[in-house]
Design a protein around this ligand. Structure first.
Ligand SMILES: [Zn+2]
Length: 217
């Protein structure tokens, strides 16, 4: 039986042909490569030599070296999954506080919502940068449906965070005082939690999606 590896997410498929689309990341059939037996020692040495050569002609300026080092650390220490827990952890909590504020007009919870949004907004550059680097390096920047969805969800998240933070800064009574605007604010906050939920779900699919299938190598 032949084995095929999805070059986007690493999913292994067994069969004579690769699947029409990857069940994990939805990459097209063309993204699958056939897995061949372990290369012989000679080949290994040759490729190691080639890799060393590539390294030598690699990043030269201090700035390029710093970038290469940063990028390597992001992947090595899984900084994107760590950073993405900021929006995924804080925003649902903020939504609960927002509901409490809207229902009972507790100003203390209202302030908590504002600072939560501000905190997540300030963390977003790191969430996005680590995500971008992971996508480029680990998934070769493949624009498959799963990544398009993640990018779309990120755009919605950043847009809504900026909008809601500025809105609350300009109009501090928007949630505490009864008005139509308050319900819009609440509605957009629900969409915001939905967007980070979608991005997180897709991330989970990429990381854990292939786990139910046997991976023998
Ligand atoms: Zn895949």
């Amino acid at each position: 039986m032949k084995k095929w590896e999805c070059t986007v997410c690493g999913y292994i498929h067994e069969g004579e042909e690769p699947p029409e689309e990857c069940p994990v990341c939805l990459a097209d059939k063309s993204m699958f490569v056939e897995l061949v037996e372990e290369p012989a020692d000679e080949e290994k040495t040759a490729s190691a030599g080639a890799a060393a050569k590539a390294d030598a002609s690699g990043p030269s300026t201090a700035q390029q070296r710093l970038y290469a080092f940063t990028s390597e650390q992001i992947l090595k220490h899984h900084l994107h999954p760590i950073m993405s827990h900021t929006p995924n952890g804080v925003l649902p909590m903020a939504l609960v506080f927002l509901l409490i504020t809207a229902l009972f007009s507790f100003s203390m919870f209202d302030a908590a919502v504002f600072y939560s949004y501000l905190f997540v907004l300030l963390a977003m550059p790191l969430v996005l940068f680590t995500g971008y680097e992971t996508w480029k390096k680990r998934y070769r920047g493949a624009l498959t449906p799963i990544f398009k969805t993640k990018i779309g969800a990120s755009v919605v998240t950043v847009f809504l965070l900026i909008l809601l933070t500025i809105w609350r800064a300009i109009d501090p009574d928007i949630v505490t005082e009864p008005s139509t605007g308050r319900w819009f604010f609440l509605g957009l906050s629900i969409v915001l939690v939905g967007a980070v939920g979608v991005a997180g779900h897709m991330g989970g699919k990429l990381v854990f999606g292939g786990r139910n299938t046997k991976r023998e190598n």
